[in-house]
Design a binder for this molecule. Structure first.
Ligand code: COA
Length: 199
């Protein structure tokens, strides 16, 4: 009733430390399990910052195209209530948002003229020792060759150079590739389940 009065179509609820046998809030559907890792950027960052890995403005559209394609296992893509084109655009917009004026911004790995992978992130505006990774993706044909790790390392180098000593990253518990990648950098510090309800 309240949601309809407010003109809301979908409401999300996040339940921290949700147990596997927990009851779903009435009317809501369980979506994904969110896990947040705290990475030690000093442990991950190796070598000096490679400035050539920062995304160039003329590469933004290629990175956005990759972002539209890669993030298909999130609660937004799984929830049939969201139009797929709008969901894809959410990730492109995320790249654009994290590209300008933030550290580490968008870092890329190139394969000739193509983008093989990218990572975005930003420093916490209220705490100069903290940063967070936004999106990290590797094109399907380049996976399993260490590029994901390289991107994490690259982002951490830039974060470290900017003064961050703690970096967080969020993914879904059933994203095994991402969890495996982030486990190498630090422990899980928060876990919980997202629920969606449509009106
Ligand atoms: C997650 C992702 C970035 C990994 O990229 P990648 O280049 O294949 O990863 P790497 O080759 O660097 O592998 C890193 C680690 O993850 C492991 N890994 C990679 N793919 C895996 C999979 N499908 N299942 C289990 N482990 C996997 C590797 O074995 C490696 O671990 P190791 O060092 O112990 O051997 C890639 O799968 C991807 O782009 N997925 C879609 C987008 C996404 O979900 N991004 C993460 C959430 S923001």
């Amino acid at each position: 009733m309240w949601a309809r009065e407010q003109g809301l179509k979908c409401v999300y609820v996040f339940v921290a430390n949700d147990q596997p046998d927990a009851k779903c809030p009435p009317g809501f559907k369980p979506m994904d399990v969110r896990v947040e890792y705290e990475l030690n950027p000093l442990l991950l960052a190796k070598g000096s910052v490679d400035a050539s890995a920062s995304m160039r403005p003329d590469e933004q559209e290629a990175v956005c195209a990759l972002a539209r394609r890669l993030f298909t296992e999130t609660r937004f893509s799984r929830d049939a209530g969201f139009p797929p084109a709008r969901v894809r655009e959410l990730y492109a917009e995320w790249v654009r948002r994290d590209s300008t004026g933030c550290i580490p911004g968008c870092q890329v790995i190139r394969d000739g003229n193509d983008i093989a992978g990218f990572v975005t992130g930003r420093m916490d505006p209220h705490d100069a020792t903290r940063g967070s990774i936004g999106l990290l993706g590797v094109a399907e044909s380049h996976r399993g060759r260490g590029l994901g790790k390289h991107l994490l390392d690259q982002a951490c180098r830039v974060f470290t150079k900017a003064g961050a000593s703690r970096v967080t990253v969020v993914t879904q518990e059933d994203n095994l590739a991402a969890c495996h990648l982030y486990e190498s950098g630090g422990p899980i510090i928060a876990r919980g389940r997202w629920y969606h309800r449509w009106y």
